[in-house]
Design a protein around this ligand. Structure first.
Ligand SMILES: *[C@@H]1O[C@H](CO)[C@@H](O)[C@H](O)[C@H]1NC(C)=O
Ligand SMILES: *[C@@H]1O[C@H](CO)[C@@H](O)[C@H](O)[C@H]1NC(C)=O
Ligand SMILES: *[C@@H]1O[C@H](CO)[C@@H](O)[C@H](O)[C@H]1NC(C)=O
Ligand SMILES: *[C@@H]1O[C@H](CO)[C@@H](O)[C@H](O)[C@H]1NC(C)=O
Ligand SMILES: *[C@@H]1O[C@H](CO)[C@@H](O)[C@H](O)[C@H]1NC(C)=O
Ligand SMILES: *[C@@H]1O[C@H](CO)[C@@H](O)[C@H](O)[C@H]1NC(C)=O
Ligand SMILES: *[C@@H]1O[C@H](CO)[C@@H](O)[C@H](O)[C@H]1NC(C)=O
Ligand SMILES: *[C@@H]1O[C@H](CO)[C@@H](O)[C@H](O)[C@H]1NC(C)=O
Ligand SMILES: [Ca+2]
Ligand SMILES: [Ca+2]
Length: 868
C-alpha cells in the first residue's frame, strides 16, 4: 500500500515536471539599433507574460540609427519605467580586429566588420546613408525630445569602463542556457559573437531577424530595398542588412535556424490611418502613451506626404510574428497568427561581381596574400564592395544603381541557406474591424493590457513635479560686452561654459550658445547644455544648433546625409563620442531643464507640416545668430569664442554678409603652430597628419573661410593649451570647503577624466580637454592676472581635401592678413583663476543637481522664489 502511494506520488511529480518544462519561459536576447520602431518591439516583448517570454538582455548595435551613449541611457530609462532593471544591457567595447584577422575580445560593434581595425574610430562606408541630423540620428538619440520629457529616470546609467559590453552580455546570457536571438538592427554584434564563440552556438535555439527583402517591392519606386537615401547606387538592400552585409552573411550562414521577417512582409503592414486613429483612442498605459507619442511625431515629421502608405510596422511586427511562431513550435512550418510563411533559399550579397578583383574597395582582400579570415580568393566576398553613397562603381547610365551589397537574394546551390521567411501580413480575422491586419489588434491589446504595466512616466514619477524656468533679472545692472560661445560639447567645453557663466555679467554678457556638432559630440548632446544652463539659472541664454556636416561634407544630391571624412578621426567608444555624449557618464546628475531638444517644427521654418507644439522648436545656429544681432544696441558689437571646429562660424560668414562688420573679435581655441619635429598635433587617429590640431582638422574648409575673412582673430594654439593640462593641479585647487555646486560638479568631472587617463590607454588624451578652458579664461581675465602676450603672424590653414595635411597651419608671409596668436601667459596662476571663479558664491547654481530636484519634486513645499 505504502509502495503504491509512493509510486503514485512520484509519477504525479513527473507529470508536474513535464508540464513545467513545456511551459518554460523562452529566454530572449534582443539586439537593437535603437530606432523608434525598436522601442515598439521592445515594449511589446516586455508586456508579454514573463513566464512565457523572458527578455533577458538587450545588446545595442551602434552602426546605424543611433549613438552609443544616448542609446544606453535611453534603454535604461525604458526598462526602469517597466520595472525591469534586471534586464542586462550591453553596449560598445574597445576590442578590435587585427590585420591578420584575429578578432580581439569585446569588439564594440561601432564599425562594420569589413572596416573594423584596432580602435573605435573609423569610416562610415555604410552608415553615411543615414541622416546624421534631423530625420536620422538626432531624432533617434533624443527620441524626438520624448526621452527626457516622458521617460522616468532610475539609477542605472552609462559609466565609463564599467558599462557591460555587448560581447560580455552575449557571452554571459548565451552561456547560461538555451536562448533565442531577436535581431532588429545591423548584425555586427551577433556576427562577431558567432565568429569568436563557435562553441556556444549550440545554445542559440533560433535567430529571428527583421531585415532583408527578397521579392519585396518598395511601394515608393518599386526598388527591392529601402535605402531611400541611396537608391541611385543601391536599390536592393534593406537598412539593417546594409549596415554590415558581411556580418549579416555570417549570421544567416551560421548553421543556426533562422527566421526572417523581411520587407516582403513588412511592406504589407503599413501604418494605416485607421490603425493610427484606433491607437490614438486606446492609450491606457504609460507605454501605450509613450509609443503613441513617438509614432505621432514620426508621422508629423515624416519627410513626404505618404506616411500612411510608406511607414510600416518593421521591428514590432517581427516581435509579434516571432513570439507567435514560438507559441506554435509544435507546428512545422512557422505557422503563426500574424504572417504567411514560406521556406526559401537565400544568401546575403556582400560584394559585387566580378569576384576576385582588387580595386581598393575591399579591405578583406586588397593588398593581402592571404585574405582576411581565410576567405576564398575568388569567392562571394571577393568582389567590389560599395564604398559609399557616391560610389561611381554603383552608378549606371539608366539612373538605377547596380550595387547589391546587403541584398538578400534568392539563390540555390551550396552557398544558399534555407530560411523560414515571412511573405505577407495576415488579414484581421474579424473583417468588421477597421484594423485590417491581425497584428494591429494584438499590438494594441498587448500594449494596453494591465499586466506588466509601466510604473510611471517622468511627470508622474514625482508627485510635486513642476517645470520652472530660471531667468535672472539684470534690470538696472550694467552689462559687459556681448559674447557668443560656440562649442562642440567636449568635456572641456562644458567646463569652459561653467567658467563663462561665473564671470560677472558686468564684464561679459553671455547671450547665446552656438552648438557645433561636427566635433566631439553629436547634436543630441545639446540637451546637456540646456541642463547645465538650467542648473546655473540661465534659462535665458538662447542655444542654436549648427549644421551636422562640415563644409563640403554633405552629399550634393541629398544634404541630410554625407561623409565623415574628417569626423572619422574621433573614436565612437571610450574616450570618444560615447563619453562626450554622456559627459563621461555624469550628464544624468545635472538637473533636468524644461528646455530640451525637440523635433517640434512648423511650416514657417520649412517643415513638411506643423507639429503640435511648434513653439518648442529647436532654433538653429543661424537663427540664434540673427536674433543676437537684432538684440544688441546700434553701434555695439559681438565677441565670439569658438571652442570647436569652425563650421558654424564659417557658415554664418557665408550666409550673412553683414556678420563681419558686427563681430568685434573672435577668439579661437585651436590650431597648432610653430611646432618642431617632436611637437606633434593631436589628431592621433590620422597618423599621417602629424601636425594638425583637432578643431582645425575637423573642418579645414571652415577654418580657411574664417582665417581668410576680415575678422579680428586671436588664436589660442595647442602649445599654449598644453601648458595648462595638469589634472592634479586643477583638481586640488577645486578642493576647498563649501564648494559651489558647479565647483563640485567640475571637480567630479575632472577627477573622473584623470582616473580614466591613468587606468586605460583609450583615455590618454584626456588632458586635451583640460586645455580647452583656456580660451574662456584668456577672453575674460584682465591683463594683470595672467599677463598674456600676443604676436601677430600671417597664417594660412591647409584645406585641400588631403587628410594628411588638412588642418595644419603654416606661417605664410604672402598672406596679407595677420592673426594674433597667444604667445605666453602666466600659466601657474591659471589654475587659481579658474578655481577662484568657480568658488565664488556669486552667479552660482540655482539648483545643484538632479538629486536636489528629485527631493523638491517629492516633497510638498512652496518654492517659487528664484535665487540669482
Ligand atoms: C502567465 O503564464 C503562466 C504560465 O503559463 C500562467 O500561470 C499565468 O497565469 C500567466 N499570467 C497571465 C497574467 O496571463
Ligand atoms: C504622464 O502621464 C500622465 C498621466 O497619464 C499624463 O497626464 C502626462 O501628460 C504624461 N506626461 C507626459 C510628459 O506626457
Ligand atoms: C587559414 O587556412 C590555412 C590553410 O588552410 C590554415 O593553415 C590556417 O590555420 C587558417 N587560418 C585561420 C585563421 O583560420
Ligand atoms: C537550400 O539550402 C540548403 C542548406 O540550407 C541546401 O542543403 C539545399 O540544397 C538548398 N536547396 C536548393 C534548392 O538550393
Ligand atoms: C466577413 O466574414 C463573414 C464570415 O466569414 C462573411 O460572411 C462576410 O461576408 C464577410 N464580410 C465582408 C464585408 O467581407
Ligand atoms: C568647398 O565649399 C566651398 C564653399 O561651399 C567651395 O567654394 C569650395 O570650392 C569647396 N571646395 C572643395 C574642395 O570642394
Ligand atoms: C546688412 O546691412 C544692411 C545695412 O544695414 C541692411 O540693409 C541689410 O539688410 C543687411 N543684410 C542682412 C543679410 O542682414
Ligand atoms: C562652510 O559652511 C558652514 C555652514 O554653512 C560654515 O559654518 C563654515 O564656516 C563654512 N566654511 C567656510 C570655510 O566657509
Ligand atoms: Ca531597428
Ligand atoms: Ca571643444
Amino acid at each position: 500500500m505504502e509502495m503504491l502511494w509512493l509510486w503514485w506520488r512520484t509519477s504525479l511529480f513527473a507529470v508536474i515536471i513535464a508540464a513545467v518544462a513545456t511551459a518554460r519561459p523562452y529566454r530572449i536576447l534582443l539586439d537593437t539599433d535603437v530606432d523608434s520602431d525598436d522601442f515598439f518591439a521592445m515594449l511589446y516583448l516586455l508586456k508579454l507574460n514573463k513566464s512565457e517570454f523572458d527578455l533577458q538582455a538587450i545588446t545595442i548595435n551602434t552602426n546605424e540609427w543611433s549613438d552609443g551613449g544616448h542609446s544606453v541611457n535611453h534603454i535604461y530609462d525604458i526598462l526602469y519605467m517597466m520595472g525591469r532593471d534586471d534586464v542586462a544591457v550591453g553596449v560598445g567595447g574597445e576590442g578590435g580586429i587585427l590585420e591578420d584577422g584575429t578578432i580581439q575580445p569585446n569588439v564594440g560593434g561601432y564599425i562594420p566588420i569589413i572596416d573594423q581595425g584596432s580602435g573605435t574610430a573609423g569610416p562610415c562606408r555604410y552608415r553615411q546613408t543615414i541622416p546624421v541630423g534631423a530625420g536620422g540620428r538626432l531624432y533617434k538619440d533624443t527620441n524626438f525630445g520624448y526621452r527626457k520629457s516622458f521617460l522616468p529616470q532610475g539609477s542605472r546609467r552609462y559609466s565609463p569602463l564599467e558599462q557591460p559590453t555587448a560581447q560580455q552580455v552575449l557571452i554571459k546570457k548565451i552561456s547560461d542556457g538555451p536562448i533565442s536571438l531577436f535581431v532588429i538592427g545591423a548584425h555586427t554584434n551577433i556576427a562577431i559573437f558567432l565568429m569568436t564563440n563557435p562553441h556556444l552556438k549550440k545554445n542559440i535555439e533560433h535567430i529571428y531577424i527583421m531585415g532583408g527583402g527578397v521579392n519585396s517591392k518598395n511601394p515608393n519606386g518599386g526598388n527591392h530595398g529601402n535605402l531611400y537615401t541611396c537608391f541611385k547606387s543601391n536599390p536592393y538592400a534593406e537598412f539593417n542588412f546594409f549596415g554590415d552585409p558581411f556580418a549579416a552573411y555570417q549570421v544567416i550562414h551560421s548553421g543556426i535556424p533562422v527566421t526572417l521577417v523581411p520587407l516582403d512582409a513588412t511592406n504589407t503592414i503599413p501604418i494605416t490611418q485607421n490603425f493610427f486613429e484606433e491607437f490614438e483612442r486606446n492609450q491606457h498605459t504609460y507605454e501605450a502613451q509613450y509609443v503613441f507619442k513617438t509614432l505621432k511625431m514620426v508621422r508629423d515629421t515624416w519627410f513626404d506626404n505618404h506616411f500612411y502608405e510608406s511607414c510600416f510596422m518593421w521591428d514590432s511586427f517581427m516581435s509579434g510574428v516571432s513570439t507567435s511562431i514560438m507559441r506554435n513550435l509544435h507546428k512545422r512550418n512557422g505557422e503563426n497568427e500574424f504572417a504567411e510563411m514560406e521556406y526559401m533559399n537565400i544568401t546575403v550579397i556582400t560584394s559585387n561581381k566580378p569576384y576576385g578583383i582588387s580595386d581598393g574597395s575591399n579591405t578583406l582582400f586588397d593588398g593581402r596574400s592571404v585574405p582576411k579570415f581565410n576567405l576564398s580568393k575568388n569567392g562571394v566576398h571577393s568582389g567590389h564592395v560599395q564604398t559609399g553613397i557616391q560610389d561611381p562603381f554603383c552608378f549606371q547610365s539608366n539612373g538605377i544603381g547596380k550595387c547589391k551589397d546587403g541584398y538578400t537574394e534568392k539563390v540555390s546551390g551550396p552557398d544558399s541557406v534555407r530560411v523560414l521567411l515571412a511573405t505577407r501580413a495576415k488579414q484581421n480575422r474579424d473583417n468588421s474591424s477597421s484594423l485590417d491586419r491581425e497584428f494591429f489588434v494584438s499590438f494594441l491589446k498587448v500594449l494596453n493590457q494591465p499586466q506588466n504595466q509601466g510604473r510611471f512616466n517622468f511627470t508622474s514619477q514625482f508627485p510635486y513635479y513642476k517645470e520652472v524656468l530660471y531667468k535672472p533679472d539684470f534690470k538696472g545692472e550694467e552689462l559687459g560686452k556681448t559674447v557668443v560661445f560656440d562649442m562642440d560639447m567636449s568635456a572641456g567645453d562644458f567646463l569652459a561654459l561653467f567658467y563663462l557663466l561665473k564671470v560677472p555679467v558686468k564684464t561679459i554678457n553671455l547671450k547665446a550658445i552656438l552648438v557645433t556638432p561636427t566635433g566631439w559630440a553629436n547634436a543630441a548632446t545639446i540637451d546637456v547644455i540646456y541642463d547645465l544652463l538650467h542648473m546655473m539659472g540661465r534659462d535665458d541664454i538662447i542655444v542654436g544648433l549648427g549644421d551636422p556636416f562640415g563644409l563640403n561634407q554633405s552629399d550634393p544630391n541629398n544634404p541630410s546625409v554625407g561623409s565623415c571624412k574628417y569626423l572619422q578621426a574621433i573614436p565612437h567608444g571610450s574616450g570618444g563620442l560615447l563619453d562626450s555624449d554622456t559627459l563621461f557618464g555624469l550628464a544624468r546628475d545635472l538637473p533636468r531643464s524644461p528646455r530640451r531638444y525637440t523635433a517640434e517644427n512648423s511650416v514657417e521654418f520649412g517643415a513638411p507640416r506643423n507639429t503640435d507644439h511648434p513653439q518648442l522648436r529647436q532654433p538653429l545656429a543661424l537663427e540664434v545668430w540673427k536674433s543676437v544681432v537684432k538684440s544688441i544696441d546700434i553701434g555695439s558689437k559681438i565677441t565670439i569664442l569658438t571652442n570647436g571646429p569652425l563650421t558654424t562660424l564659417a557658415k554664418i560668414l557665408l550666409a550673412d554678409a553683414n556678420a563681419s562688420s558686427i563681430i568685434q573679435d573672435v577668439f579661437i581655441l585651436g590650431g597648432h603652430i610653430d611646432y618642431t619635429r617632436h611637437d606633434n598635433g593631436n589628431v592621433i587617429n590620422v597618423p599621417s597628419n602629424k601636425y594638425a590640431e583637432m578643431n582645425m582638422f575637423l573642418d579645414p574648409f571652415a577654418a580657411k573661410v574664417v582665417f581668410d575673412s576680415v575678422l579680428d582673430v586671436t588664436l589660442i594654439p595647442l602649445s599654449m593649451q598644453r601648458k595648462v593640462c595638469l589634472f592634479p593641479h586643477i583638481i586640488k585647487k577645486l578642493d576647498f570647503e563649501n564648494k559651489t555646486s558647479e565647483a563640485h560638479f567640475s571637480q567630479r568631472l575632472l577627477t573622473r577624466m584623470y582616473q580614466l587617463q591613468q587606468r586605460n590607454h583609450r583615455y590618454q588624451h584626456m588632458d586635451t580637454f583640460l586645455g580647452e578652458i583656456l580660451g574662456a579664461v584668456i577672453l575674460t581675465t584682465d591683463q594683470r592676472t595672467l599677463n598674456p602676450t600676443f604676436e601677430a603672424k600671417p597664417l594660412n590653414v591647409e584645406a585641400t581635401g588631403d587628410t594628411s595635411r588638412d588642418g595644419q597651419i603654416i606661417v605664410d608671409p604672402k598672406q596679407r592678413k595677420s592673426i594674433k596668436v597667444l604667445k605666453r601667459f602666466d600659466h601657474l596662476s591659471y589654475y587659481d583663476v579658474f578655481a577662484d571663479r568657480l568658488a565664488d558664491a556669486k552667479q552660482s547654481a540655482v539648483i545643484g543637481s538632479f538629486n536636489e530636484q528629485k527631493r523638491i519634486w517629492s516633497t510638498p513645499q512652496i518654492r517659487t522664489e528664484i535665487k540669482s
